[in-house]
Design a protein around this ligand. Structure first.
Ligand SMILES: [Zn+2]
Length: 346
């Protein structure tokens, strides 16, 4: 108990220091995410719940608020929103109750995390502490936390998505994972046009949910993002296909591959530019069917809004990533040239 009080004290102190911080955020765009991560780590110290699960849950709710109008928007630096009836208890006559004793009496989950004697559902530290204690009820290993997530959301996609986002955060030890590259190395031959929404004949009337990038057999296919390999295998439409989840609510779907990168497996974590497979023409039949159309990469993008999954047009994103990748290559070449010049002079 003594130890716990001491830790609580340390946390409150570091949070008080941290809360004076945001003035510096204007100077450095990454400062806010660095600081958010530090708060998650402080709550981990206090509750044992790994910081990246808190970060993933926050990111998941942040993502949903961007695509849903009916959800309350985040007001401060934390996106996690606990509804009043969960916080205070459904049958609690005072839905803004902030007394831990009566909240628990009515079956609410609200807790006091910052030690001010009030369990305030509008205080981000109280919210994080509440969530951390709720998710770690059965323990802090993956299965226990997944059970906690299920009890909180009652939504299987939420449980999987948050677990996978957590793994990406844990692997790279940062919340800044917004870099992207074009899925085909730019030095290879390729062409693509905007074809999202076109009608497709094979397998009944479907619309085309993606962009086709035409390239030669065996051209390397790259991960466009930091992500988690959620799906790998055969499908009669997509042939050998692959699905990568990133932390910003995008599911990247790659189809008609010739094959996958050796040793790549479901559950692996990738970064932008990692080879994941090779261009082919697989699909439109039983496993192994190939050559029914010219080789190309079918690239699709999907989002989840908490209820359904929907496709959106990848073309503008591909254009932007192609430009960014070209610029990065140019800058790299320039740096190399300058280095060579300096060497010559020496
Ligand atoms: Zn396609």
């Amino acid at each position: 108990m003594q130890m716990r009080r001491f830790l609580a004290f340390c946390m409150v102190m570091s949070l008080t220091l941290a809360l004076t911080f945001p003035s510096a955020a204007a100077k450095n765009p990454h400062a806010e995410t660095d600081w958010r991560k530090q708060v998650f780590k402080n709550v981990e110290m206090l509750t044992g719940l790994p910081w990246y699960y808190l970060a993933a849950m926050d990111q998941y709710e942040r993502n949903l608020q961007k695509v849903r109008r009916d959800l309350p928007r985040k007001k401060g630096w934390l996106a996690i929103h606990i509804p009043a009836e969960s916080w205070a208890g459904v049958i609690n006559p005072d839905q803004e109750d902030n007394m831990e004793v009566s909240i628990h009496y009515f079956g609410g989950i609200g807790r006091d995390g910052n030690g001010d004697g009030k369990a305030n559902r509008h205080d981000p530290v109280d919210v994080l502490y509440t969530v951390a204690r709720f998710l770690s009820q059965l323990g802090t290993d993956e299965d226990a936390i997944r059970t906690g997530l299920w009890r909180y959301y009652h939504q299987p996609i939420a449980v999987d998505t948050i677990t996978h986002i957590a793994k990406i955060f844990a692997k790279f030890d940062t919340l800044k994972l917004d870099a992207h590259v074009f899925p085909i190395p730019l030095q290879y031959n390729y062409t693509y046009h905007s074809t999202w929404g076109d009608r497709r004949g094979w397998g009944g009337l479907r619309i085309h949910e993606g962009t086709d990038i035409f390239a030669n057999y065996g051209t390397p296919v790259l991960s466009t993002c930091y992500g988690y390999i959620e799906l790998m295998g055969w499908n009669k439409y997509g042939g050998w296909r692959l699905g990568i989840r990133d932390v910003y609510n995008n599911y990247h779907y790659y189809a008609h591959l010739n094959g996958f990168r050796k040793k790549l497996k479901q559950g692996d974590i990738v970064k932008p530019g990692d080879v994941v497979g090779y261009v082919g023409s697989s699909g439109y039949g039983p496993p192994g069917t190939s050559g029914k159309f010219p080789p190309h990469l079918h690239y699709g993008l999907y989002k989840f809004n908490g209820r359904t999954i929907y496709s959106f047009d990848p073309y503008p994103h591909l254009k932007a990533w192609e430009r960014q990748t070209r610029k990065q290559l140019r800058e790299m070449k320039q740096k190399m040239k300058q280095k060579m010049k300096r060497k010559k002079r020496q």
